[in-house]
Design a protein around this ligand. Structure first.
Ligand code: SF4
Length: 298
């Protein structure tokens, strides 16, 4: 049952993190307008089961006035609202309080702040830790998102499928697959016969972008909401007819690669790397299902 719509408010970000799933950068295109946002909320309401709206990216605070207005509008629609940020703006606790105060006034339901070495390097007073302190001072419900650097990653998180990432290891999709995976030993592709992370059959959340893509995992689109209304896309979604999802569901990324006879390496670091690299080979064959291209670094 779909309970959350995650808006990739923008693909732009001041950082270009090696582990970014969506290939964000300062030059990345694709930012929601208020009209597009409101139109999507109307559709989310029609679905009837959506409780949460998340604003993320990229970095949503880059579009600060729009972000604040979107929180206000989504709250008026009756949704719970969350934001995911890297808190780049937090120069001091008192300055960060100025940035965050409007969110307190709007009674935001969750502020998730990326607080790890992958975002801000090894520093004690990271912008994230400063913003977390400011949010606590203001009484905002705040969470930190911490992804272990791959060399530190020893744990397999107990995160349930479909839940947002809040801690644990890097998953090697997007830029992580292209930039980080080769540094680590891998395993035989035969091991990757299931998707551990996403509820692809009946998603609890989808990511949407300003190009209209409705994504069940970053770069796997189940429809374009500027062509077909979001509520129709969700009501008509049948995983077993999607040319990519159906194979991942029935035998993981390994089945996807074998079915379409894409080339296989001898080793992959995780299922996501195999999935991502297989999809990248299929992108011209299924351009509507594997979108947007920029999430593949193209
Ligand atoms: S295996 Fe594929 S579908 Fe599943 S989470 Fe990884 S990249 Fe996404």
């Amino acid at each position: 049952m779909l309970t959350g719509i995650h808006f990739l408010l923008t693909y732009k970000c001041i950082y270009e993190c090696d582990h970014c799933f969506v290939y964000s950068s300062a030059g990345a295109e694709g930012t929601f307008t208020l009209d597009q946002f409101t139109k999507t909320l109307n559709e989310a309401k029609k679905i009837g089961t959506v409780e949460w709206i998340y604003l993320e990216g990229g970095e949503p605070f880059l579009y600060y006035p729009m972000m604040i207005e979107m929180v206000r509008v989504a709250s008026l629609f009756g949704f719970k609202v969350g934001i995911v940020t890297n808190a780049y703006f937090a120069a001091s606790v008192s300055d960060a309080e100025v940035w965050l105060k409007p969110l307190k006034e709007l009674d935001i339901d969750d502020l998730s702040i990326s607080d790890d070495e992958l975002h801000s390097g090894k520093c004690i007073n990271s912008p994230a830790s400063i913003a977390i302190q400011a949010a606590k001072n203001l009484g905002i419900r705040v969470n930190s998102i911490s992804i272990d650097s791959p060399e530190l990653s020893s744990c397999i998180t107990q995160r349930k499928k479909g839940e947002p990432v809040t801690s644990g290891e890097v998953m090697f999709r997007g830029r992580a697959a292209d930039k980080l995976a080769e540094k680590f030993p891998g395993a035989d592709p035969a091991e990757f016969d299931r998707c551990r992370w996403e509820e692809l059959e009946s998603p609890e959340r989808v990511h949407v972008d300003s190009f209209g893509n409705v994504q069940v995992c970053q770069g796997i689109s189940i429809g374009n909401m500027w062509q077909v209304p979001l509520s129709e896309i969700m009501n008509n979604y049948l995983a077993k007819t999607h040319p990519v999802v159906k194979h991942i569901l029935s035998g993981g990324p390994l089945k996807l690669a074998r079915h379409y006879r894409t080339s296989l390496n001898s080793k992959y670091i995780d299922a996501c790397q195999l999935c991502y690299e297989t999809r990248k080979q299929l992108i011209d064959r299924f351009p509507d299902c594997l979108a947007p291209r920029q999430v593949y670094g193209l």
